[in-house]
Design a protein around this ligand. Structure first.
Ligand SMILES: Nc1nc2c(ncn2[C@@H]2O[C@H](COP(=O)(O)OP(=O)(O)O)[C@@H](O)[C@H]2O)c(=O)[nH]1
Ligand SMILES: [Mg+2]
Length: 198
């Protein structure tokens, strides 16, 4: 069983993107289990999710990177026993650090991939103001620059350049991809990344 951690600040599009790519994976006969530890705008609708053959569980008591690590382990075990997914996707809360989650999950799964979303319309200010946003970028295997439907091609170029420069020292192995989760643009690249083995 493989595992995907989705990070990114509040409102960056985690739920929207996760549902997009999870549906694609499910239609490729990958059995996807979803864990949600976020309390965002787009709610996870259990019926919709199960219509696509996925199974979703919410962890709402606290943040899985700190207070409720044990709940995360319990939910992984429960999902494995009840549903036996090929892949579990965890949507973390917008302020979660990803490294502690990685450490918690590691003993229970085969391979972990970490995706961090960046909202192209806000990344500049957020990187400056919030340590956790930097931290989420430094822990990413794949950085997804999201909401490109809101940006011009010049703005996109500028964002890519700035983020690559920013990652150069701390996380040079990270890949950067652009997407519009809302319009489903370039989501295939993310599906491929998740499907690839290292
Ligand atoms: N324009 C645009 N809006 C998006 C995109 N992805 C998500 N959103 C919107 O951003 C808001 C927050 O999305 P959500 O998935 O809840 O973000 P989360 O808090 O990171 O889970 C919602 O209103 C989404 O419809 C995108 O690619 N483009
Ligand atoms: Mg969300």
């Amino acid at each position: 069983m493989n595992f995907v951690i989705i990070g990114g600040f509040l409102g960056s599009g985690k739920t929207t993107l996760m549902l997009e790519f999870a549906k694609k994976l499910a239609s490729n006969d990958v059995k996807v289990g979803i864990l949600v530890n976020d309390f965002g705008e787009v709610a996870i609708d259990g019926d919709t999710v199960s219509d696509y053959g996925m199974n979703a569980i919410e962890i709402t008591k606290g943040c899985v990177c700190c207070e409720v690590k044990r709940d995360l382990v319990t939910q992984i075990r429960d999902l494995k026993n009840s549903y036996d997914p090929d892949l579990i996707v965890l949507e973390t809360s917008g302020v979660a650090s990803l490294l502690p989650i990685h450490r918690t999950v590691q003993p229970y799964v085969n391979e972990i991939k970490t995706l961090t979303l960046i909202d192209i319309s806000r990344y500049d200010k957020l990187i400056e103001r919030f340590e956790v946003v930097k931290n989420q970028l430094f822990s990413a295997d794949l950085v997804v620059i999201n909401k490109i439907d809101k940006a011009s091609s010049d703005e996109l170029k500028k964002a890519k350049k700035k983020i690559s420069k920013f990652l150069k020292d701390e996380n040079p192995g990270a890949r950067i991809i652009e997407a519009s989760a809302k319009e489903g643009t370039k989501v295939d690249g993310i599906v491929n990344f998740i499907g690839e083995s290292k």
